[in-house]
Design a protein around this ligand. Structure first.
Ligand SMILES: Cc1cc2nc3c(=O)[nH]c(=O)nc-3n(C[C@H](O)[C@H](O)[C@H](O)COP(=O)(O)OP(=O)(O)OC[C@H]3O[C@@H](n4cnc5c(N)ncnc54)[C@H](O)[C@@H]3O)c2cc1C
Ligand SMILES: NC(=O)c1ccc[n+]([C@@H]2O[C@H](COP(=O)([O-])OP(=O)(O)OC[C@H]3O[C@@H](n4cnc5c(N)ncnc54)[C@H](O)[C@@H]3O)[C@@H](O)[C@H]2O)c1
Length: 457
């Protein structure tokens, strides 16, 4: 088999890999992009985009149900058909990536469909062809849903996010295993479409990566919406028959027509040939330096770097890797101000460190919290005004190292706090700023007022 000489081989075309391959080709390099499934990765076909279409539809139903007592009467009758159709037609073209593939090849990238494997330093084999990458190899292989080793689970037709977004109907009842981001977003969506939903979370709260206040409030909102939340509940077994699923826990048996397993992800490193470049395919993540370099002539970006499994991180790291591969100067990666938004209602937006993370780092921490309902806009909002803003300040530097906003439009309000953490804006400057009245973001002023001296942990 002859070896084909190219400049760069990108293995895995998630959001970052697709973007990087296109940019490198447009910079004049000879680029091969290897993709085993769909160009664009998880986000456009099974994750961010279709799930946010679901969230949008579910939000409309919730708004309709908020009309009585506020604006008249509404007869809200959910129908999943337009949601399924929108995901099929507008988001995913029936899970066909022709448009994305054409866009990529239009930029000059050669698309090779198949599983890519590093077969020697600087060498990638895919679809029976071998490429020698003169400049290097860029890895963007992402993650796959990970199912826990629970008795009886294997071999049952359980859902992961991939099946959930392809649902043609909202099920009558749904068990959700895992109360992380995937679990809570999808639980609320289906509940609002009339599905009886039970969440089973092994940890002691929902969305454990967030401030504890967020998980506690979300559980309250969910219970109010009729979602059953079981925390500290470990599944000991699963059974499945024509009637659906039964999830056995130490305390009870829970039933559902469908079971969504949302217990985290595993990086797609197996069979990638990492050993050929001195890396470990069994690792939780590919270690990278501040310019995304994982080994000599190998760069890695996206979920597999373990720096935050979000599309914006994949794209951020792609831009750094592109510069490095092109030998251009540029800032090193910084993870101080990574924003994240959980698209529940209320939304949970956060940036930087939680209070616990800041204390674990032994930082001198001050926190300030305010309730959205106590702000003028929150009071005007009346229904659907659950939420809070929590600021985490480095008491000596006088800058924010983290912040959480939970409430209506939290992901948008977060932008202001992301800027503050990113640019290390002194809290004195934030206090001097003028905040439009009566906005939700004006509640930041009350959180700033509430920053109180707390000694080192
Ligand atoms: C349900 C859900 C909702 C989400 N919602 C959001 C959201 O709202 N906002 C957000 O920022 N993030 C969200 N995420 C996370 C987001 O989807 C990922 O962070 C994002 O897709 C970036 O991943 P990535 O770049 O690492 O690659 P991925 O998107 O995982 O793509 C990797 C690609 O590599 C391919 N591949 C793997 N191995 C090989 C190989 N050996 N050879 C060839 N190809 C290979 C795969 O087929 C895949 O196409 C969500 C995730 C889930 C599961
Ligand atoms: N809006 C967004 O940006 C968005 C949305 C969805 C996913 N994502 C990304 O995808 C990643 C993966 O999301 P996820 O929800 O799959 O994982 P996760 O790690 O966020 O949550 C998994 C949850 O499952 C629980 N769990 C694990 N094993 C269990 C068991 N046996 N029984 C019961 N509970 C169990 C864990 O305690 C945890 O709370 C997220 O961390 C995030 O980076 C982002």
């Amino acid at each position: 088999m002859s070896t084909e000489e190219v400049d760069v081989v990108v293995i895995g075309l998630g959001p970052g890999g697709e973007d990087a391959a296109g940019r490198l080709a447009q910079a004049g390099l000879n680029v091969v992009g290897v993709e085993s499934r769909l160009v664009g990765g998880e986000c456009p076909y099974y994750a961010c985009v279709p799930t946010k279409m679901m969230v949008r539809a579910a939000g409309l139903l919730a708004d309709g149900r908020r009309i009585p007592g506020m604006a008249g009467q509404a007869d809200v009758r959910p129908d999943w058909t337009p949601v399924a159709k929108r995901i099929r037609d507008e988001a995913t073209a029936s899970w066909d990536d022709t448009a994305a593939a054409d866009r990529l090849t239009g930029k000059g990238v050669e698309l090779v469909r198949g599983h890519g494997e590093i077969t020697a330093p600087g060498e990638v084999t895919a679809a029976g062809r071998t490429f020698r990458a003169r400049r290097g190899i860029l890895l963007n292989t992402g993650t796959s849903p990970a199912a826990p080793p629970i008795d009886g689970l294997d071999g049952t037709p359980y859902w992961t996010n991939r099946e959930a977004v392809q649902a043609e109907q909202a099920p009558g009842s749904l068990l959700v295993l895992g109360g992380g981001v995937v679990g809570v977003e999808l639980a609320q969506v289906f509940a609002r479409f009339g599905t009886r939903v039970t969440i089973v979370e092994a940890g002691d709260r929902l969305v454990a990566a967030e401030e504890p206040e967020a998980g506690e409030l979300l559980a309250q909102v969910f219970e109010r919406e009729g979602i059953t939340v079981r925390t500290g509940a470990k599944a000991t077994g699963v059974s499945h028959d024509d009637g659906g699923f039964t999830l056995h826990t130490a305390d009870e048996d829970l039933t559902g027509d469908r079971l969504l397993v949302a217990t985290g992800r595993r990086p797609n490193l197996k069979g990638l040939g990492l050993a050929a470049v001195g890396l470990d395919e069994h690792a939780r993540a590919v270690e990278v330096d501040a310019h995304m370099r994982a080994a000599d002539g190998v760069w890695a970006i996206g979920d597999i770097t373990g720096k935050g499994a979000f599309t914006h991180m994949s794209l951020y790291e792609a831009s750094i890797a592109v510069r490095a591969i092109l030998d251009e100067e540029g800032p090193a990666a910084s993870y101080r101000a990574v924003p994240r938004v959980t698209f529940t209602d209320p939304e949970i937006g956060s940036v930087g460190l939680t209070e616990a993370q800041a204390r674990d780092q032994n930082l001198p921490v001050r926190t300030g919290t305010t309730r959205i309902a106590d702000s003028t806009r929150g009071w005007i909002q009346k229904v659907d005004n659950d939420g809070f803003i929590k600021l985490v300040e480095h008491a000596e530097w006088g800058t924010l190292v983290g912040a959480t906003v939970m409430g209506p439009a939290a992901g948008e309000i977060l932008a202001l706090l992301t800027l503050a953490v990113h640019a290390e804006v002194p809290t004195t400057t934030l206090r001097q700023m003028i905040y439009a009245y009566p906005t939700f973001h004006r509640a930041v002023t009350s959180a700033l007022d509430a920053l109180t001296a707390v000694s080192k942990a």
